[in-house]
Design a protein around this ligand. Structure first.
Ligand SMILES: O=C(O)CCC(=O)C(=O)O
Length: 293
């Protein structure tokens, strides 16, 4: 046994039962104070570049899902925070923060962060002048999926997780607790068929204080409302090592920078392993595509 192996790992203290039941869990005091303050400064720089149009990878108001057009009336997010061209390497340190990684490991039942794959890291911000909202959706199941098929898809094993880490107060995300385990009710389906932004029975606002994160199932029924009050919330995803389909999805559009070996500069050893896991999964996904394609 090497010295590394006997060092005890940080184990996240989260209420896994609540996560399974509700589809989300809130984690307090995520970043240490110095990193939290530095994160606010880095985000300020990223937001400025995004608002000025100096950074082209942005979520544009008027469109809920990617790909986003190059410009529009306002923006509600900044994409690809770990991109070397953004020039803010601190985001690599934040992405590999031990509380974030150990919470993901607890949710995914993994022994250590070295079993995770590196994925995407973005920033959700308030539009400047133009309020915007997202319709109710599940991230990987189209809205018009028949209930029987929806129920089946919701039993797929969990392969990754995602979080919102608030740097300032945030009450934009709205979820239906428990809806990650069941298809839409007839009442929900009927309401959403008329208006997919309509409030639903049992919906709750996820209220985050600065430095709190919500980890949530991406197929929980959720929507979001963005007014112009300050929002600066980091949004990251993490997968399980060996998830070739996730690796392919992560690397499919406009993420050439992630495939470059130079991306690993500035990542700690755990981050480098997570990146290697992603690349290996991607390589395998190409092999699979080659066989069937
Ligand atoms: O703004 C949020 O908190 C949710 C964003 C979201 O639902 C999405 O990007 O699919």
């Amino acid at each position: 046994m090497t010295a590394d192996e006997i060092v005890p790992r940080e184990v996240a203290q989260i209420d896994l039962k609540a996560f399974e039941r509700d589809g989300f869990v809130i984690v307090d005091n995520v970043l240490p104070p110095d990193l939290f303050e530095a994160a606010k400064k880095a985000c300020e720089a990223a937001v400025e570049k995004g608002r000025e149009g100096e950074w082209p990878h942005r979520r544009i108001v008027g469109k809920a899902f990617p790909p986003w057009p190059p410009s529009g009336p306002d923006i509600w997010g900044i994409q690809h925070l770990m991109h070397p061209d953004l020039g803010l390497p601190l985001f690599k340190e934040i992405y590999t923060n031990s509380t974030l990684l150990s919470t993901a490991c607890a949710i995914l039942d993994l022994p250590s962060p070295e079993s995770l794959q590196l994925e995407l890291f973005n920033l959700l911000i308030n539009p400047h002048t133009t309020p915007f909202s997202l319709p109710y959706h599940r991230d990987t199941i189209p809205a018009d999926t028949p209930a029987e098929e929806e129920a089946k898809l919701l039993t797929r094993p969990r392969t990754g997780t995602q979080y919102n880490l608030a740097l300032y107060d945030d009450a934009c995300l709205i979820v239906i607790p428990g809806s990650h385990r069941r298809p839409k009710t007839a009442e929900e389906a009927e309401t959403l068929a008329k208006d997919d932004k309509s409030p639903l029975k049992d919906e709750i606002k996820v209220v985050l204080k600065p430095n709190q994160a919500v980890f949530y199932e991406n197929d929980i029924l959720h929507r979001a409302e963005y007014n112009t009050l300050q929002r600066v919330t980091l949004h990251g995803s993490l997968g399980m090592e060996g998830q070739v389909e996730r690796a392919r999805m992560v690397l499919q559009h406009g993420v050439e920078y992630l495939k470059d070996n130079a991306f690993t500069e500035g990542l700690n050893d755990t981050g480098k392993t997570m990146w290697k896991n992603l690349m290996e999964g991607y390589g395998k996904s190409n092999e699979v595509e080659g066989i069937h394609g």
